[in-house]
Design a binder for this molecule. Structure first.
Ligand SMILES: Nc1ncnc2c1ncn2[C@@H]1O[C@H](COP(=O)(O)OP(=O)(O)OP(=O)(O)O)[C@@H](O)[C@H]1O
Ligand SMILES: [Mg+2]
Length: 457
């Protein structure tokens, strides 16, 4: 990254408590989570909803931070040297990332969409490695904090950078798209994610399209032609465009059941690929990633072997062993599209375990459409034969209000949010079955991965 001197200048900060070797210091990365700090990092002290970065300087420096972006020096530990004092650390972080972006010459790929951003990034990283030196942004770094941190982590030797851009309300994608300035801008699909922040699917489509229209230099757009909203939006656009899809597109492919492995038959170029993933809906992320790989010159033959390396991302349709049979852990997050996809993925599962059960946790962010969508998902789960179904939270419970006695006998209401109590309730009911694969799905805020941890341990 930058020298300490450049960091002070770019961040428009004032240097306090300089260390004796500060003049020659080159900072490695910017990090806002003190637990992630490695020697040579710049620690960025941001205010958060649960804590404030200024309270974690001691840990950051103990782990090897060499400088910190802070709002003040008051009460900070003596070990904290090279303090770059700024009025707004988040703005300073953005300035640093923008300056670093200007130094990098690799190809930038940015992915947005309601679902499948992380999946696309992860598959694209596997398909590109071996042909390119790939930087792939960490975990789920897709916000106004995560994206600049990710940009600052990319190194000058990386020739492809893969980034995710997320949004919860209008106006969030544009600054991220300007910062990343992608060469390839990918949109996976439009769905009911954060509907309360947008109001309509049209508004969501316009927001996602900012990944194409906001950057100063227009990128090559890569879009899902099966998504009618994206296809319509792209048809009104005159720039470079590659469309992928299962029904139409420049890169065409269809997925086959059962899974895993997930077989995707590409029509053009003709190629059979097998991925270690559960669920045919992944075809969207896979075709998006294949399109990126082909655009960036990966030979089609190399795709086959690299596809086989792809595995689920943590808590995204991960098949795990459990004492009662197995768990299909999709506890990472939930919206209507991904919940319906998870139900279908479970149905596509190649397993000899006969039972199918579901933990259905609340889907947040649906605003006025919440009741309708919880009912749609519950009805689909009942129709798919899940028995029992554990309902967690008020909205899933309310969705069962109409249920007949026969249906009610398949439902268990969980009122506790304590993972131990939840796990006890699930175990009690599943013990009597002769082997069950339990699908676990719910919004991020429910933290259902803690339930999964209890059930698998
Ligand atoms: N095309 C798709 N249609 C429906 N569901 C999908 C699709 N692609 C991925 N999903 C599901 O969406 C969930 C989240 O996947 P992933 O993490 O890749 O998405 P994301 O866009 O990064 O989400 P987030 O914005 O929450 O980080 C998973 O349950 C995954 O199975
Ligand atoms: Mg993500």
């Amino acid at each position: 990254m930058f020298t300490l001197g450049d960091t002070v200048e770019i961040a428009e900060g004032r240097l306090r408590r300089p260390s004796s070797d500060g003049a020659n210091l080159v900072l490695r990365r910017a990090v806002h989570d003190s637990r992630r700090v490695r020697p040579g990092d710049l620690f960025v002290a941001l205010p958060g909803s649960r804590t404030d970065g200024h309270l974690h300087l001691e840990e950051a420096y103990a782990r090897g931070a060499r400088a910190a972006l802070v709002r003040h020096t008051e009460g900070l530990p003596q070990t904290a040297t090279n303090l770059v004092v700024v009025e707004r650390p988040l703005r300073a972080l953005y300035l640093l990332a923008a300056a670093w972006r200007a130094c990098l010459t690799g190809t930038f790929v940015a992915v947005t969409g309601t679902c499948g951003k992380t999946g696309t990034r992860a598959v694209a990283a596997e398909l590109l490695r071996g042909t390119h030196a790939v930087y792939s942004s960490p975990e789920n770094y897709n916000t106004e904090i995560g994206v600049p941190l990710a940009v600052l982590e990319m190194e000058e030797g990386d020739d492809v950078g893969l980034f995710e851009l997320g949004t919860e309300r209008p106006g969030e994608i544009a600054p991220l798209a300007r910062l990343v300035a992608p060469d390839l801008a990918v949109i996976t699909r439009i769905g009911h994610g954060h509907l309360d922040g947008f109001g309509s699917l049209e508004a969501i489509t316009e927001e996602k399209w900012q990944i194409v229209s906001a950057p100063e230099r227009t990128p090559h757009a890569v879009i899902n032609a099966d998504d009618s909203r994206l296809a319509d939006r792209a048809a009104r656009w005159g720039g470079a465009l590659t469309r992928f899809g299962s029904r139409e597109g420049d890169v065409l492919g269809v997925a086959r059941e059962p899974t895993p492995p997930l077989h995707v038959d590409l029509r053009d170029p003709p190629l059979e690929l097998a991925f270690g993933l559960v669920g045919t809906h992944h075809v969207t992320s896979i075709l998006a990633a294949v399109t990126v790989a082909l655009e960036l010159g990966v030979p089609p033959d190399a795709l086959r072997e690299r596809a086989a390396r792809c595995r689920p991302q943590p808590h995204r349709l991960e098949l795990l062993d459990a004492p009662f049979g197995g768990i299909l852990d999709d506890s990472y997050n939930a919206n209507p599209e991904s919940s319906l996809a998870a139900i279908e993925a479970h149905a596509s599962l190649a397993t000899s375990i006969p039972g199918r059960a579901l933990v259905f946790g609340k889907m947040l962010g649906l605003g006025e459409e919440s009741a309708r969508w919880h009912r749609v998902v519950l009805e689909r789960a009942l129709h798919a034969g899940f028995d029992p179904i554990f309902l967690v939270g008020d909205a899933p419970r309310a969705a069962a209000g109409w249920a007949s006695d026969e249906v009610r006998s398949r439902l268990t209401f969980i009122d506790s949010d304590d993972p131990r109590e939840m796990a006890d309730a699930v175990r009690r009911r599943l013990e009597a079955t002769g082997g069950t694969v339990l699908l676990v799905k719910g919004s991020r805020a429910l933290g259902l991965e803690r339930l999964v941890e209890r059930l698998t341990s």
